[in-house]
Design a protein around this ligand. Structure first.
Ligand SMILES: Cc1cc2nc3c(=O)[nH]c(=O)nc-3n(C[C@H](O)[C@H](O)[C@H](O)COP(=O)(O)OP(=O)(O)OC[C@H]3O[C@@H](n4cnc5c(N)ncnc54)[C@H](O)[C@@H]3O)c2cc1C
Length: 254
């Protein structure tokens, strides 16, 4: 771990008197994808799908919360963006258990489960799966109603499906949960041995919604993650289906 990317207390944002929390646990899934579990302040409440804003080194960024509201820690799923583009994630990537980050006291966001709908088609790219895990964990704690959750997760590399085991388990336990991971670069040697779906998740989503016979009257389509994927999903479904979106970043204007 490079010493220059370590976060010291002096580097935490000084602008405000923000509370800090320690990293309770971490797990590295690929060279750039990792999960962080942060201590949860006693009065920190959130709804599944909301995000928390954390900071280090004078930089703050929002992160969708993976945990369900009942869990004692705040779980995050982060992709490291190498510098110079990435500002906060190289610092987060260097955090060790016990290191601290600032935390805004309130969770925010309106990317919530639309409970008026029966079927929930959740389209994600890599880290975009985070809010959907929170929503489904929350549902699975006390399953209710005649609902379905269909998570479609797209990645360039199959080792980026960092919640596949959990989603496979949920799908095995609950007939109304389905998980379709799809790899957009199946020929890449890093994906050797992949025998799941291939192609872009936005394209597969349109096919599957048709195959599953889902109709706009009782289906909500959610898209989270890469802004281009979200644009394409909107182009395919807008006007017919109710859509909810959470963009993790903005594409630069041309
Ligand atoms: C509501 C909301 C929720 C978010 N939740 C998550 C989350 O759960 N996990 C997460 O990793 N990020 C999430 N993000 C993105 C996050 O806030 C940061 O932008 C990201 O972690 C990169 O931070 P950075 O300071 O290193 O680089 P930034 O200066 O923020 O971004 C630099 C560039 O990196 C690229 N980029 C940003 N985020 C990602 C990403 N997730 N995957 C691939 N490329 C990216 C974009 O091209 C961006 O212009 C979320 C953003 C929003 C608005």
């Amino acid at each position: 771990m490079a010493p220059e990317t370590r976060v010291t207390v002096e580097q935490l944002p000084k602008r405000r008197n923000l509370p800090t929390v320690a990293v309770a646990k971490r797990a590295d899934l690929t060279a750039d994808h990792f999960k962080l579990w942060l201590e949860r302040p006693p009065d920190f409440d959130f709804l599944p799908g909301q995000y928390v804003t954390i900071g280090a080194g004078g930089v703050e960024r929002p992160y969708s919360i993976v945990s369900s509201p009942r869990e004692p820690l705040i779980e995050l799923f982060v992709e490291r963006i190498p510098p110079p583009a990435g500002k906060l994630t190289p610092l987060l990537h260097a955090l060790r258990v016990g290191d601290k980050v600032t935390i805004r006291p309130r969770a925010k966001g309106v990317f919530l489960l639309r409970t008026a709908f029966r079927h929930h088609v959740m389209i994600a790219t890599v880290t975009g799966v985070a809010p959907f895990i929170s929503m489904i964990r929350h549902w699975a704690e006390e399953p209710y109603g005649d609902v379905s959750f269909r998570v479609l997760d797209g990645a360039s590399y199959t080792d980026e499906f960092c919640y596949d085991a959990e989603l496979d388990t949920l799908a095995a336990r609950h007939a109304n949960v389905r998980f379709v991971p799809t790899c957009s670069r199946p020929a890449d040697p890093r994906n050797a041995g992949w025998n799941g779906a291939t192609g872009r998740v936005n394209v597969i989503a349109e096919e599957l919604v048709r195959v599953w016979g889902l109709g706009p009257e009782d289906t909500c389509i959610y898209a989270c993650g890469h802004p281009k994927m979200i644009e394409d999903v909107k182009a395919r479904f807008a006007g017919a289906f109710t859509l909810a979106e959470e963009r993790f970043w903005k594409e630069p204007r041309r």
